[in-house]
Design a protein around this ligand. Structure first.
Ligand SMILES: NC(=O)c1ccc[n+]([C@@H]2O[C@H](COP(=O)([O-])OP(=O)(O)OC[C@H]3O[C@@H](n4cnc5c(N)ncnc54)[C@H](O)[C@@H]3O)[C@@H](O)[C@H]2O)c1
Ligand SMILES: [Zn+2]
Ligand SMILES: [Zn+2]
Length: 395
């Protein structure tokens, strides 16, 4: 079969690889209809992770069951499925508590396994014609409809970024009438807007410097802030003051920020004053200022314990200066880590089926496997209009 293989920084190729084979009774093989390129893939692509060469990439995967092992009870050939990006055994201490992002059994090196990702175990990714699904009853969610129907892209987003964005809103305690600031208008930031909207939050501010992504966020109901022209802290303070003027109680003038903050960028955060370089801790610093006392922050963007491209010795080990004093003084709570997709995927599927949510809206390109190297490069450059790229390997 053909697959997208990582060869080293800025180099992915299409290679003929061995077809996956069922070796355990609980395995299944999925013929991939759609697999997306994720912002997380770009950390590897840029050589900013411990990934060695020859990893088959891709952890946002959906398709049709081609074959099941004799121990698979719920799935059969022909079933349409989406795969949560975290792979869980379903039986360990963490999986049984819902933390499938930290499965203790499937990754020999640490807690948490996933497809085609550095540090997440020996599992091939799904930017390929086929992929192997371990513990398939647990790790494949059945879908209604037919391949490539009107919900193909919506369902694909349930593999990762829709639940991830939803998880960010849960960590940040988003709710009706609550003010939100989201850093990053990439796919995760955009679907955080969608998730916050679905929960009745507002105002929702979103910060980036890619105007096309900010325009899309605005269309989805957010207030865009371009950090190349506006300081987000000042912009939000002014806007909040105007919005609340006339209805404030005593002392509320001290609340000039938001209650919920989301970092949908992570450690490759660009320097607000010099977007040609990175300031790994820039967003945490702004969030500590922008989030009001008693508020909540989600660091849903990735921070790694090892970053070969970090701009000093500490950053190379994921050690970043964080304003603990200010955060403590304000009594702000912080959520971190990978999203446990299975906590949310049934409900998000239902939101798609009933027409409440259309996360596939952010998909900008559908491509063949052969076009993947070109689109890795274009997505990595955040080229205008290249928002979310979906590979259709068998079309
Ligand atoms: N926690 C999880 O389970 C999980 C799952 C999926 C993705 N992620 C992570 O979420 C992050 C976003 O993913 P994505 O697919 O949206 O990626 P993306 O790279 O396409 O989007 C990031 C956006 O952030 C913007 N940006 C860069 N620096 C900024 C700054 N200082 N302030 C504001 N905006 C800035 C960029 O212009 C870009 O539009 C990545 O770190 C990804 O690895 C985490
Ligand atoms: Zn992803
Ligand atoms: Zn487990």
């Amino acid at each position: 079969m053909k697959a997208v293989v990582y060869k080293g920084p800025h180099k992915v190729v299409i290679e003929d690889c061995k077809d996956p084979e069922i070796t355990k009774p609980t395995d299944a093989i999925v013929k991939v209809t759609s697999a997306a390129i994720c912002g997380s893939d770009l950390h590897m692509y840029e050589g900013r992770s411990p990934a060695g060469p020859d990893v088959v990439l891709g952890h946002e995967i959906m398709g049709v069951i081609e074959k099941v092992g004799p121990g698979v009870r719920q799935l059969k050939e022909g079933d349409r499925v989406v795969l949560p990006f975290n792979i869980g055994c379903g039986e360990c201490f963490n999986c049984v508590r819902g933390f499938t992002n930290a499965c203790l059994f499937l990754n020999p090196d640490s807690a948490g396994a996933g497809y085609g990702y550095a540090g997440l175990g020996p599992y091939n990714g799904g930017q390929a014609e086929k992929v192997l699904v371990p513990f398939a009853d647990f790790n494949a969610m059945k879908l209604p409809g037919k391949p490539y129907d009107e919900h193909e892209d919506d369902f694909l987003m349930i593999a990762d970024i829709f639940p991830t964005a939803w998880h960010a809103t849960q960590q940040a305690k988003v709710g009706i009438g609550k003010s939100v600031a989201i850093y990053g208008a990439g796919p995760v930031g955009l679907l955080s807007v969608m998730s916050a909207k679905l929960q009745g939050a507002g105002p929702i501010y979103i910060i980036d410097h890619n105007q096309d992504r900010l325009d899309l966020a605005k269309e989805m109901g957010a207030i865009p802030i371009n950090f190349s022209t506006d300081n987000a802290v000042d912009f939000i303070a002014d806007h909040q003051a105007k919005l609340n003027s006339g209805s404030e109680r005593r002392g509320e003038d001290k609340l000039r920020g938001v209650l919920c903050g989301i970092d949908a960028v992570g450690y490759q955060s660009l320097d607000f004053n010099d977007p040609g370089s990175e300031e790994h801790h820039g967003i945490i610093h702004q969030l500590a200022q922008v989030v009001d006392p008693t508020g909540d922050i989600s660091l849903i963007g990735v921070y790694f314990p090892e970053d070969p491209g970090g701009n000093d010795e500490n950053a190379k080990q994921g050690i970043l200066p964080v304003p603990v004093g200010l955060l403590w003084d304000k009594g702000i709570s912080i959520g971190t880590g990978q999203c446990p997709v299975k906590l949310y995927d049934n409900f998000l599927r239902q939101a798609v089926v009933t027409g409440q949510a259309n996360p596939g809206k952010i998909v900008s390109h559908h491509i063949s496997l052969d076009e993947a190297p070109e689109f890795y490069e274009r997505f990595d450059k955040r080229e205008t209009g290249v928002t979310k790229v979906v590979i259709n390997p068998n079309k």
